[in-house]
Design a binder for this molecule. Structure first.
Ligand SMILES: [Zn+2]
Length: 250
C-alpha cells in the first residue's frame, strides 16, 4: 500500500486538477471550487481512518475531525453567539475524533469495511446530504461536493492497488486485490449493513437533477478538449494581468 505522504500528495494534486478542469468548463462555480478541492483531498485520506497507530494518520484524523467541527461552526455561525459556537465546535471535534473515528478504529480491521467502494459511496452520499441540508448548497453543487469526496476516496483505493504490484519484479504482492474491494468477505453482516447505509443515504439525498446528464454529455468533453490548449497565443494578456496585480499591490 502507498504511504501516508503519497496519499496526501497524489490526492491533493488529483483533486486540484479535477477542480481546475471542472471550473474551466463551467461545471463547477468559483464559489464552490475551493470546498470541492478540500473535500477531494480529505477523501483521499479517509480510507485509512482505521489505521490509527501511525503518527501521520493520527495527525491527519485530528485535522479531518477539526475540519468537520469547523464546517459545523460555519454552518451555525449566523445563528449562535461565539460562546455557543466554541462549545458546539469543541463537542463536534470530540464526537468526531474520539467517538466516530475511535469507534471505527475499535470495530474494524484495517483493509476491512472502511477500505472499500461501498464505504466510498456512503461517505460521498453523507457529504451530499450535509452540503444540501446544513449549508443549503444548490442540489448540483451538493452532488459535486459529495462527488469530490468520493473521487478522492477512490483515488486512495486505486493508489493502494497500484502499490501492491511490484513494478520491478512484475509480481503481485499479497495485498493485491484487497484495496479496491466491494466489502469484507470475513464480515458479511457488516458489509450488508454498509450497503444498506449507502442505500438509505441515497434515498435521503435530493435527486441529482440534470447533473448526471451533463456529465454524460459528449459536448462537455469536447469543451474540455478545446480548453486544453490556448485558442490564440500562450499566456494571452499576461503583461496586463501583471501590471494590474502590481497596481493593486502598490
Ligand atoms: Zn489505504
Amino acid at each position: 500500500m502507498a504511504d501516508f505522504r503519497t496519499h496526501l500528495i497524489v490526492g491533493t494534486a488529483a483533486s486540484g486538477i479535477g477542480a481546475g478542469a471542472l471550473l474551466s468548463i463551467g461545471l463547477l462555480s468559483a464559489a464552490h471550487a475551493p470546498a470541492c478541492f478540500a473535500l477531494g483531498a480529505i477523501g483521499a485520506l479517509l480510507p485509512d481512518v482505521d489505521l490509527d497507530h501511525s503518527i501521520p494518520a493520527r495527525v491527519a484524523f485530528s485535522l479531518v475531525a477539526l475540519a468537520g467541527a469547523f464546517a459545523l461552526v460555519l454552518a451555525l455561525a449566523p445563528r449562535w453567539s461565539l460562546a455557543e459556537l466554541a462549545l458546539a465546535g469543541a463537542a463536534a471535534w470530540l464526537v468526531l475524533r474520539h467517538g466516530v473515528f475511535g469507534a471505527i478504529n475499535r470495530w474494524t480491521v484495517h483493509r476491512g469495511l472502511v477500505h472499500s467502494l461501498p464505504a466510498a459511496a456512503a461517505f460521498a452520499l453523507a457529504t451530499v446530504l450535509a452540503a444540501q441540508r446544513l449549508y443549503g448548497l444548490p442540489v448540483e453543487a451538493a452532488w459535486l461536493a459529495g462527488g469530490f469526496l468520493g473521487a478522492g476516496f477512490v483515488v486512495h483505493l486505486l493508489l493502494d492497488e497500484i502499490y501492491s504490484v511490484d513494478l520491478l519484479g512484475r509480481r503481485l504482492k499479497r495485498s493485491f486485490g484487497t484495496a479496491l474491494s466491494f466489502g469484507d468477505p470475513r464480515n458479511l453482516p457488516g458489509t450488508l449493513a454498509l450497503y444498506a447505509l449507502a442505500g438509505g443515504l441515497y434515498w435521503l439525498c435530493p435527486p441529482a437533477g440534470g447533473l448526471g446528464q451533463r456529465l454524460l454529455d459528449a459536448g462537455l468533453y469536447r469543451q474540455l478538449g478545446a480548453r486544453l490548449l490556448p485558442a490564440h497565443g500562450w499566456f494571452e494578456g499576461l503583461p496586463g494581468l501583471a501590471l494590474e496585480g502590481l497596481r493593486r499591490l502598490l
